[in-house]
Design a binder for this molecule. Structure first.
Ligand SMILES: Cc1ncc(COP(=O)(O)O)c(C=O)c1O
Length: 346
């Protein structure tokens, strides 16, 4: 059978041989008792790369954001997040369901940016009290846009001026840093806390980390336990994440080049409107007109190319560690021929 080119997400990667070896050799202990040296090393290295004082290893990005919101907010408090943010759209509103926290939307523009003036006018000092503003970089639903440090700092300044702290959901923060040719530390300097994922573009099987001040991370540790996210010999998976930090950051530029190659080819195809956000990083979005989006995905899957979408007509294709330039070159004609073969949508 022909090789399947899986562009559904960068979460589909499988650990490489080198990563598996590192995991197999990991020194472990009981992390809930504070005994796992590999988890400790991962938390320290992550905090160092992000430029914060401490880190906390958590099972997923969703739990990272939830633990963070539980740590910033008491019941009845309010967080602010972009209307296209992952926190508002894809995390089951865990903050509301489990923490009694309301998440109030402000507008994201097509590139995922938030207007600092809107943040300033949305913050409330009481009843409910806003305690945190959440940003996202790269911005998943806004085309994988990489948002520069200056624009993060402008929103952070507006929040800080009102006494409100800033959390950055940096699930793919290293994609942003690589695309903007800066280091992650500089990019997120104005945020108080940052989480990022090992299990996405960095190619590890499991895990995310929250980074921030020592006192915040200690309170977050208690909230991680509350959610059942404290693990035991988690050094096994932390070793995969450490390996990813060492080997898989610089190579993200290859995924971005593949994404640009794919986007440039798709932009020329019939029935396609390219996303106005452009292709900064590894996510390629486009909108279909005149043909049915569900049929497009099904037929393309039949040709061995898998993708998803944020709604029926908006398609998302993701480049990652397990997709080579040859795969992209093989996928392009298949996408074109499926688009040509589809009947006009009624
Ligand atoms: C921006 C962003 N934040 C958070 C998450 C959640 O990560 P996880 O799937 O590990 O829960 C994702 C997942 O795709 C994401 O794209």
């Amino acid at each position: 059978m022909a090789r399947v080119i899986d562009l559904r997400s960068d979460t589909v990667t499988r650990p490489s041989e080198g990563m598996r070896q590192a995991m197999a050799r990991a020194e472990v202990g009981d992390d809930l008792l504070g005994d796992d040296p590999t988890v400790k090393a991962l938390e320290e290295r992550s905090a160092e790369l992000i430029g914060k004082a401490a880190g906390l290893f958590v099972p997923s990005g969703t739990m990272g954001n939830l633990v963070t919101l539980l740590t910033y907010c008491g019941r009845g408090d309010e967080a602010i997040a972009g209307h296209e943010s992952h926190i508002l759209n894809h995390e089951g509103m865990g903050a509301a369901a489990l923490g009694g926290i309301s998440v109030r939307p402000v507008k994201n523009d097509a590139r995922g940016r938030i207007d600092p003036a809107e943040v300033a006018s949305t913050i409330r000092t009481a009843w409910p009290r806003t305690t945190v503003v959440c940003l996202e970089n790269t911005h998943n639903r806004c085309g994988g846009a990489a948002i520069p440090a200056r624009e993060i700092a402008d929103v952070a300044d507006a929040a800080h001026a009102a006494g409100v702290q800033v959390h950055l959901d940096g699930a793919r923060i290293f994609n942003a840093a690589v695309a903007l040719e800066t280091d992650a530390k500089t990019l997120v300097a104005s945020a108080d806390t940052v989480d990022f994922c090992f299990s996405k573009s960095l190619g590890a099987p499991v895990g995310s980390v929250i980074t921030g001040p020592v006192e915040f991370i200690e309170r977050a540790r208690a909230n991680r336990r509350l959610l059942g996210g404290a693990m035991r010999q988690s050094g096994i998976v932390a070793a995969g994440a450490l390996y990813a930090l060492e080997h898989n950051i610089d190579r993200l530029a290859d995924d971005h080049a593949n994404a640009q190659r794919l986007a440039a080819a798709i932009a020329e195809m019939p029935h396609v409107t390219m996303d106005p956000a452009g292709t900064d990083t590894n996510l390629v979005f486009f909108t279909l007109d005149g043909v049915d989006g569900t049929q497009f995905r099904e037929r393309l899957a039949g040709e061995g190319v898998l993708c998803t979408g944020t709604h029926e007509q908006r398609v998302r294709m993701v480049c990652h560690l397990d997709v080579s330039r040859e795969d992209i070159d093989a996928a392009i004609p298949l996408i074109a021929s499926v688009l040509q073969s589809l009947p006009a949508a009624s």
